[in-house]
Structure formats: C-alpha cells, structure tokens
Design a protein around this ligand. Sequence first.
Ligand SMILES: [Zn+2]
Length: 375
Amino acid sequence: MASLKNVSRPRRVVARLAATAFMVAVVAVSTAFSAGPSPFATDTLALASPSEPTSHDIRPGYGVTETRWLSDYLPALANTSGDTPIYVMQGDREGGTLLLFGGTHANEIAGIMAATLLVERGEVAQGTVIVIPHTNNSAAQRNDRERHAGTPDWFELTTSSGEIRRFRYGSRRTAAEDQGPDPEVFVHPLGGEIDGSEARNLNRNHPGKPDGTLTEQVAYALNQLAEQEGVDVVVDMHESSVTSRLAHMVVCHQRAMEVCAMAVMDVEMDGVALKLEVSQEDFHGLSHREFGDHTDALAVLIETPNPGQEDAIEHPDVVNDPESPLSGRVHTQLRTVKAILDNYGFTVGPDGGIEFGFPFSLDALKGSDLGTFLR
Ligand SMILES: [Zn+2]
C-alpha cells in the first residue's frame, strides 16, 4: 500500500472535496431524520447486524484529507463489525505521523469524543494525523452494562445551531456474538493468563493475529497500519473510574518516557495534573506495550476519569458530571496529545514534527458545552 506521505497534492484536493461532500451528505441525512422519529431511538441491533460495522454520526471537516477503512490493512475485516473508518488528516508541511485511537474501550467516551472533535474541527499544520474514533467498533454496537448498570445506551450533545446529536455509549469489549464463546482462560501468545472474557478486550490483544479472533484481527490490522504508514507516535485514549489509580494518568512505553515526562510537566503548567507510569514489561497485549515493542512508534495511553465507570455513583451523568464533565475530559485528552507531540517535535527537530490545531482555543472546552464545538 502506498504511503500516505506520498499522496500527491491533486489527490489530496480530491480527497478534501470528497470529505466535504460526505459531510454535506451526512448533514442532509441527519436533517431528513430530524423531521420524524429518530432512527436511533431503537436499539442499534435493528440497524447494524453483527456482520456489519456500526455507523456513527461523525461529520468530517476540512482537515480530513482522506477516509479509509481498517479493512484496508486486513481485508478479512471487510463487512465485519470489526471494521471501522479511519480519518487521515495531512498537513501542508511534511513531518511525522500520529496514530490516535478513541474507543478501544467503547464505554470510555472522552477518547471517542476527542477523536470526533479532531475529525470534525481539527486541522493539521505539519505531518499526518490518522484518527480512529471507534477503534473497537464491535464494542460500540451497544452498552452491555458490564461496567455499570446505570449508564446510558446513548448520550446527547447539543450543537451551537440547537441540533441534538446522539452518540453511542458502548461496551468495554467486543460483542460476544461477534466472537463466539470466551475461553475459560485467555492466554496471550507472548505470555500471561487472564480471565477468559478478556479475549474480547482489544487492549489485551495487541499485536494481534491475522487469522485469530475478531479482536485479534482488529489488533493485527492496527499494527499493520502503524507499520505501513511509518507511524511515529501512537496515542490510545482511555478512561477509568473516577477513584481508580489510573484516573488522570499517562502510561508510556520505555522509549516514550522522556517525551511523556516533559509532556506531563507542560500540561501541569496549564492546570492539568497527570500521573506518569511506565509500561510493565511482562504484561502483554496492551497498546503502549506492544506498539512500542513491535513498531518504531512511541506508544502512549491516556486515562481520564469517567463517572460512568464508578460503581459508587448510582446515576452517573457521563456528560455533565460537575466534577468530571465530558468537555473537561476531552480537553485533558487533546491537551495531553498536543503536549506529547510538542515534545516529540523537540526530540526529532523541525522537519519531523506533528502539529494540529483548532479554530478555537482548547482551553475554551473547559466548563463548556462540548456540543457547541462540534459541527
Ligand atoms: Zn480503557
């Protein structure tokens, strides 16, 4: 597959027009829907059979230069619920390549919405940013209530024009019907035994297998993408319960620790306090471990606190929780990604940098209605 770095300017213009046309089509469809009952009012099982990828309300903006599918990197995923759109945002200046995951765990919505906001409103000044908002798209089909009985099927955000947009609150793991029965014990090929249900946890299955389970195939395709596109930095955006040790944490592969340490200091100056932890060497299957070990990329995982993952909160408000509002969590995710890229840029010099931005200050997200920043 041709490297994205070699995509010619005319092709980029065509891709940009295509992205804009797609966005207009999505808006038209959504306007048509708004006249009658919402098609999303029923469970998505009626809309997406397990053999097809779930579709989402994502409206790519001017920064998206090309849309691909994960199955471009493993054709066996085509027409399966493991397939998912990939948004390529190429800057005018040559530089490095970021691969950004939201929705590895589809109930961890700050990462999904950070990725969605980037696709809809972001622009890349240097390098290439490859964004996957729903990295485990099978897990995004529905909320299986595994992590919290009180979490919603959908959450709603209101845009600046007053439109209500609806987004899936999914599950931690690949849907059971997409993968068959769990083994009693899940044994990672590189070592380690954990509960059998973790066979459906994408973040225990890296670097994956081309002929493995659906979850292993998704992991393998992501790994292939990173290799084929010469990805320099991988960031996997997660959430944890608000009282978890993981909340407000950055976990980094050994090779990424220097960049991560500088990034944590940068975001702290902006009032965002993050803990820093190094990836365990002998705990296999996690993105920060395996992308760091099996590709040339620096691999990083970010965790923000989601009240929907907290057992002690009986009726969690996953959007407007006063302590951990979604807008603030999305701010933390994007601010941290930017700090990682800034410091990555210092280590590689001006020609290798990666830089994205928005037509608004990221700080404006704090304490705001996230929907007003979407398209
Ligand atoms: Zn997670």
